[in-house]
Ligand binder design. Structure first.
Ligand code: SF4
Length: 365
């Protein structure tokens, strides 16, 4: 069945079914308990390219430390990056911080209310602006993320992922989303469509038998998509150097960290373990191996325990180095990989398990 351009009564029924399903099945996520535009903004930025389970944990810590836009604007950048550690894509944190400073300085500390005005702020694109405006202020504007794209393409039987005609498809999806959004409850409608894509109409094995839109759907299952490019792989190795702290009368452990130069295009200013000059690590010196994915690259990582006197000979110089007490390291802006290694080595506390309690029928993605 083709939805676009059909009877308003059919669209009204679709909205009703979707909103009813959402009322019964939505996950209890911390940002859904608030209509505060700042809280919604933080959650939407965190949710870009990061799994919900990871965001829940970091969001709560972030909001405890920066409960208001002003508290974020006044914080040093390193403190913001430290709270972002583990979420990846640190440019988002920098832009969020800059935008908070802009609003504090230029807009008397209050976020604009319309999607059009919000888009003027640094780091706020069409998606985030629409999410804030519809959820916090009830503006009738559609939110289109990857989940919404997938649901709408399946409803219409449109092929996704092809570069050829990609812009035209995007325009069709946006037009359809704008037509469907509920004029009375745009925020709930947008969240419901995103939730459906995240929990029922998943990329693989969609649960069509549980879908409130199944009767309107042309596909009812996985639809045709252009395959994504394969992941690349790269081998890297890092030094894990730990020593007992040397402050008089105080015993504590310190780890050697190195700051990535500000000139780096990827994660500038973040702290990490020093890189080894050789990716190959002798078996007797190997402490752990792990895989870490960043965008299209799988990094196969070897970690070698390096004694203080070996550091110069075994590692690559570059960036400021410091011996950092472990409790201090936990508060620093570490790269995601460094934090993962220190947690697995039991040098930093483990992040507590996922705090979400999803309804029994849905899977958290
Ligand atoms: S019926 Fe299946 S494919 Fe269609 S929207 Fe629902 S879950 Fe997705």
């Amino acid at each position: 069945m083709v939805i676009q351009g059909i009877e308003p009564t059919t669209i009204a029924k679709l909205r009703e079914r979707l909103l009813g399903w959402y009322a019964r099945n939505q996950r209890d996520l911390p940002w859904r308990r608030s209509r505060d535009p700042y809280a919604i903004w933080v959650s939407e930025i965190m949710l870009q390219q990061t799994r919900v389970a990871v965001v829940v944990e970091r969001y709560q810590a972030f909001m405890m430390r920066f409960p208001t836009l002003l508290s974020l604007a006044l914080a040093p950048e390193q403190a913001v990056l430290a709270l972002w550690s583990g979420l990846g894509y640190y440019r988002r944190a920098r832009m969020l911080h800059k935008a908070a400073q802009f609003v504090a300085g230029q807009c008397r500390g209050t976020l604009p209310t319309t999607a059009e005005e919000l888009r003027v702020l640094p780091g706020i694109g069409a998606y985030t602006a629409a999410a804030i405006a519809s959820i916090a202020h009830g503006e009738r504007v559609a939110v289109v993320d990857g989940n919404v794209e997938r649901v709408l393409c399946r409803l219409q039987g449109w092929e996704m992922g092809s570069r050829v005609g990609g812009a035209a498809l995007r325009r069709k999806i946006e037009a359809l989303a704008a037509e469907l959004v509920d004029p009375l409850r745009p925020g709930d409608f947008n969240q419901a469509l995103m939730e459906l894509g995240a929990t029922v109409c998943s990329p693989r094995n969609p649960r069509c038998q549980m879908c409130p839109l199944a009767t309107d759907c042309s596909t009812r299952g996985e639809h045709k998509t252009t395959p994504k490019p394969r992941m690349l792989s790269q081998e890297v190795a890092y030094a894990l150097s730990v020593r007992t702290g040397r402050r008089p009368g105080l015993t504590h452990r310190e780890v050697l960290l190195q700051q990535r130069p500000a000139s780096q295009t990827v994660m500038p200013g973040l702290w990490e373990l020093p890189a080894l000059s050789e990716a190959a690590v002798p078996e007797q010196a190997l402490h752990m191996t792990l895989r870490h994915a960043i965008m299209q690259v799988n990094y196969y990582v070897r970690i070698r325990v390096v004694f203080e006197e070996e550091i110069e000979a075994l590692t690559v110089a570059g960036g400021e180095r410091r011996w950092v007490p472990l409790n201090e390291a936990n508060e620093m802006a570490l790269t995601g990989l460094t934090r993962k290694v220190l947690i697995r080595a039991h040098l930093l506390p483990t992040v507590s398990p996922d705090a979400i309690a999803p309804p029994a029928e849905v899977e958290v993605v």
